[in-house]
Design a protein around this ligand. Structure first.
Ligand SMILES: [Mg+2]
Length: 336
């Protein structure tokens, strides 16, 4: 600063400030124009995009969830595409709606963008890429992007999505309805998500709705932070403990591949990696058997343990002996 007179500095700062403000207005209005052309409306909304607020007309209980992804914490902006970030940001919200067996309705998208964009993209192209990542997933699950806000600053990107769903006639599926003796069932396979699946989230929405309609489910959670940690959360919320039969835990090919690199077992990765976005369900024994026999989903349903009155997380040996299992996993922060 020493080479500049006070006048120069004032002029430069004033000019910079004015430039930022003009750019900010430009970015938001250009993005809004793009959104109006590219984001479909919905008859489910009384008032959608373009007013001061959205108006929803619910049929059933509203289920609301929110997630915040930040550059440097949840992703590295130079290592992934904005489409991947957009897909994931909406996918994790949809996975939470799936965990509650709620039918997706609307999403509200808030973006904070770096004024000067990334190495590759302007702030506007970054924003459009994020939306392009969200739109196919929104369409697949019957969800409308009904509003949001965009801001830019001299800092990293962040994307926050709030999703609204509706409970079905059976009501929401919660974490707290488990009973002693309930069987623990998991959809799909677990582990090794860092090899790609953590970005290609496939939320189990239609699977959860189908199971909730056809079977009596007592409690459920989506596996975001690792089977061990999420199983212990589900048990705790139901005031119970969980016993896992470890050889029964279904592992992905990625968990085995990662195991070869890490020197840990595929099972370790299934227990602790997280970001599987599969469902863990507590189901009364007879109903669990019916689900195992029916296999009504495109992905397998596997019995991996049961709820017990004895608090804590346990592993069961072949001889039936219980020993404590550490509730290790990936702490993303509060996932409520
Ligand atoms: Mg969750």
């Amino acid at each position: 600063m020493s080479g500049l007179s006070l006048f120069d500095r004032l002029e430069r700062e004033t000019t910079t400030t004015r430039w930022v403000q003009i750019d900010f207005v430009g970015l938001e209005s250009q993005l809004i124009a793009w959104i109006h052309q590219n984001v479909p409306g919905s008859s489910q909304l009384v008032v959608g995009l373009g007013d001061d607020a959205a108006v929803l007309k619910p049929n059933g209980a509203q289920v609301v969830t929110t997630d915040l992804l930040t550059d440097g914490v949840d992703f590295l902006i130079e290592e992934v595409t904005p489409e991947q970030i957009g897909h994931k940001a909406l996918g994790v919200n949809l996975s939470d709606l799936a965990a509650m067996a709620a039918s997706p309705r609307a999403a509200f998208v808030s973006l904070v963008l770096p004024q000067s964009g990334t190495k590759q993209l302007s702030a506007l192209d970054l924003a459009i890429g994020l939306y392009r990542g969200m739109l196919p997933l929104a369409q697949e699950h019957g969800l409308t992007i009904a509003g949001g806000d965009t801001n830019s600053w001299d800092g990293p990107s962040a994307i926050s999505i709030t999703a609204v769903g509706e409970a079905t006639a059976r009501g929401p599926l919660t974490r707290s309805g488990g009973q002693p003796g309930d069987q623990l069932l998991v959809t799909g396979r677990l582990g090794g998500s860092i090899l790609g699946r953590h970005l290609q989230v496939e939320p189990r929405v239609s699977e959860a709705l189908l199971l909730h309609e056809k079977y009596e489910l007592h409690a459920g959670i989506d596996i975001s932070d690792g089977l061990a940690l999420d199983a212990s959360r589900l048990a705790e919320a139901s005031g119970l403990g969980a016993v896992l039969d470890l050889p029964a835990v279904p592992t992905t090919d990625a968990a085995h591949t990662l195991g070869e690199q890490s020197g840990r077992t595929a099972l370790d990765h299934a227990l602790a990696d997280g970001e599987d976005f599969e469902l863990l369900l507590a189901v009364p024994p007879a109903e669990a058997q019916r689900m195992i026999d029916d296999q009504p989903l495109p992905v397998p349903i596997t019995r991996i343990g049961e709820f017990t009155k004895q608090h804590g997380l346990w592993q069961r040996a072949d001889n039936g002996q219980l020993s404590p299992l550490p509730a290790q996993g990936f702490e993303h922060g509060a996932d409520e």
